[in-house]
Design a protein around this ligand. Structure first.
Ligand code: FES
Length: 125
């Protein structure tokens, strides 16, 4: 199980080496998520239109190792944008991946930029 998680390393914008062109902004649901593949990783990308921001994180939920976070509901926890896993509702900060309702390890988050109507996700590898 841990091997799956080892693929996902939170990436800060200053460590980005590759801006991966994921898709057009129109390919993502408004105020929802979709899954994008990069190399052997599944990345959940969220168009948080309500607050005018985009987020990306690992698609795998560390609770039961299910590839589901892109189908989670996005919302707000005391001002922190978050995603709730659709299976058992564990919630994670979209800003830094922190598990907001428990003591699981943080999930990996990735920078997102929008250029000419396209969504790019930043990776360090
Ligand atoms: S698998 Fe995500 S909360 Fe259980």
């Amino acid at each position: 199980m841990e091997e799956v998680l080892e693929k996902y390393n939170a990436t800060k914008i200053e460590d980005v080496k590759v801006w991966f062109k994921a898709a057009s902004v129109n390919d993502f649901p408004v105020d929802g998520g979709a899954c994008v593949k990069y190399k052997d990783k599944q990345i959940a990308v969220f168009n948080f239109a309500r607050i005018g921001k985009w987020y990306a994180c690992q698609n795998v939920c560390p609770h039961k190792m299910e590839m589901v976070l892109s189908r989670g509901m996005i919302g707000d926890d005391k001002g922190v944008p978050k995603v709730a896993c659709p299976l058992h509702k564990k919630t994670f900060s979209l800003e830094n991946g922190e598990n907001l309702n428990g003591d699981m390890d943080a999930i990996a988050t990735y920078p997102v930029k929008i250029e000419e109507e396209n969504v790019y996700i930043g990776f360090s590898d």
